[in-house]
Write a protein that binds this ligand. Structure first.
Ligand code: SAM
Length: 292
């Protein structure tokens, strides 16, 4: 394998196999998804709250996963309303369907679908939701333009997304990859990097108005991330070194930019120690600054 040379910013590595990697990643997480994180339910609940759903409304939940938004929305729109949850990963939706059945909800259905290529009726929904999903879309701007078509006039979209970079250590790795291999990786959340960028993208996609709140939720992970919070809350790491190791695994193996899809094992391993040193130092600095 050769190094990638200089090219425009790369958000998703090996894009042809990207969707399959996303499905594999969430297949692996589906059985524990609802129990291993506090921030997904919290973000989903905040998203549905902000949609101000009314009885009888038709709701589309994009990247619905285990249905955290969709099931809540189904309760709120009641039997005269309806909810469609769409997701790439059927095992995530299987969890959602089971919960819908357990809760006796008949006004919600879940369908496998790719938001980047979905055929839905124009004007068919009063509201669209998306919690923790937008940054996974391969073509975020394209998806937003489609959402405008799927909503009726006056309909609304409510979604949350992390500021970019979500993890500071990710930027450290991207810098190393750029220095060593000339590959300009950008954070997956970059198209929605900060409130002004989000607002501009929404308006350019055809939304008549855009309200962006930041930070929206508790400072556990999203919107305003500090390394200290990553270490102590999000990553569950006890020391800067453990944090660095976890960050290495996450950043090199994640579906969005798995380094081994473009670099050899040897090239990836050569980045390991410089990354671990820099990431641990980053954690040290933040722990020191915020605690003492
Ligand atoms: C972090 S989960 C969020 C699930 C749910 N919205 C929640 O709040 O818990 C991200 C979900 O996005 C889905 N996803 C990623 N890309 C997608 C796409 N192009 N179309 C539909 N779903 C997608 C994944 O399968 C996964 O279930």
């Amino acid at each position: 394998m050769s190094s990638a040379g200089s090219s425009p910013s790369v958000r998703i590595l090996d894009p042809d196999n990207y969707k399959a990697r996303v499905v594999a990643m969430f297949d692996g997480r589906s059985s524990s998804y609802d129990t291993n994180s506090v921030f997904h339910p919290r973000l989903a609940a905040g998203t549905v709250d902000r949609a101000n759903l009314q009885p009888g409304e038709r709701v589309l939940d994009l990247a619905s996963g285990t249905g955290l938004c969709a099931l809540d929305a189904a309760q709120r729109v009641g039997p005269k309303g309806s909810v469609l949850g769409v997701d790439l990963t059927d095992t995530m939706l299987a969890v959602a369907r089971k919960k819908a059945e357990q809760q006796g909800l008949r006004n919600v259905r879940f369908e496998v679908g790719d938001v980047d290529a979905l055929a839905l009726p124009p004007g068919g929904f009063d509201a669209a939701l998306c919690s923790n999903g937008m940054l996974y879309f391969q073509d975020i701007a394209g998806a937003l333009c489609q959402v405008v078509r799927w909503l009726r006039r006056g309909g609304r979209l409510v979604f949350n997304t992390p500021v970019a970079p979500m993890f500071k250590a990710t930027s450290v790795l991207h810098q190393l990859v750029q220095e060593h291999h000339g590959l300009p990786l950008v954070d997956a959340g970059m198209p929605l990097a900060d409130p002004p960028t989000v607002r501009a993208l929404l308006l350019a996609s055809g939304f008549a108005a855009a309200e962006v709140q930041a930070p929206v939720f508790t400072p556990i992970l999203h919107w305003q991330v500090t390394v200290t919070e990553e270490v102590h809350n999000a990553m569950g790491a006890a020391t800067p070194e453990e944090y660095a190791e976890k960050m290495w695994r996450m950043n090199t193996m994640h579906a969005i930019a798995p380094l081994r899809s473009v670099l050899s094992e040897q090239q990836v391993e050569a980045l390991r120690q410089p990354f671990l040193d820099a990431a641990a130092e980053l954690a040290n600095i933040n722990i020191r600054d915020s605690r003492y």
